[in-house]
Design a protein around this ligand. Structure first.
Ligand SMILES: Cc1cc2nc3c(=O)[nH]c(=O)nc-3n(C[C@H](O)[C@H](O)[C@H](O)COP(=O)(O)O)c2cc1C
Length: 187
């Protein structure tokens, strides 16, 4: 961990659009973080589509930056949209790039997942697929609380503020749990 009092978290959002509900949910999680936690949000918008031929010549700069940010973070916080019952291609592509050897940077990282979706399942299916990838990547995701912001179009105001008190409570609880879990894993 960074030091005895502070925890550095890297946020990774799987939606690139300006008015993204997942980005707004990530902003709310940052707003509700416990004292001593710092959250930086990765810019994954410039990461190219994965190509093994390109990787053979070295990681493109946006990928190298992401890998370094993951390595430096005490914990990771994923905002996971649901596209066709799975995680977005943007998120999967960023994870695929960052995961390549050497020194797979996700290994051993505490992690938390949040998600907002238009449907009634609130990105549950996408989060399930993300958790499956986390097993292979040897991350340590928090199980509960699950943050499933369903019918997201009804839960944020025009400024991207999360207006749903239940969801706000869950986000706050998750951020506290992430701090505790990160401390526990660091021993
Ligand atoms: C390609 C695509 C597939 C989608 N598939 C799902 C889906 O499987 N389940 C769901 O609840 N919403 C689905 N949606 C709607 C998204 O939940 C909605 O667009 C949401 O706002 C995306 O997240 P964002 O606001 O962070 O960009 C889909 C949207 C797109 C663009």
């Amino acid at each position: 961990m960074s030091d005895a009092r502070s925890i550095s978290v890297l946020g990774i959002c799987g939606s690139l659009r300006q008015g993204s509900f997942n980005r707004a949910a990530l902003n709310t999680a940052i707003e509700l973080r416990p004292p001593g936690m710092e959250v930086t949000v990765a810019d994954i918008s410039q990461i190219p589509l994965y190509n093994e031929d390109v990787r053979a010549q070295g990681f493109p700069p946006p990928v190298e930056t992401l890998r370094q940010q993951i390595k430096a973070a005490d914990a990771l916080l994923f905002a996971c949209p649901e596209y066709n019952y799975s995680m977005s291609g943007v998120l999967k592509n960023a994870i695929d790039w960052a995961s390549r050897p050497p020194d797979q940077p996700f290994a051993g990282k505490p992690a938390a997942i949040i998600g907002a979706a238009a449907g009634m399942a609130g990105s549950a299916r996408a989060q399930g697929d993300l958790r499956r990838s986390m097993v292979f990547l040897d991350m340590h995701p928090i199980n509960k609380p699950e943050v499933l912001i369903f019918q997201a179009q009804n839960k944020f105001d025009a400024n991207g503020r999360l207006t749903d008190d239940v969801a706000r409570g869950l986000l706050g609880d998750l951020m506290k749990a992430l701090a505790a879990w990160t401390g526990q894993l660091a021993g």
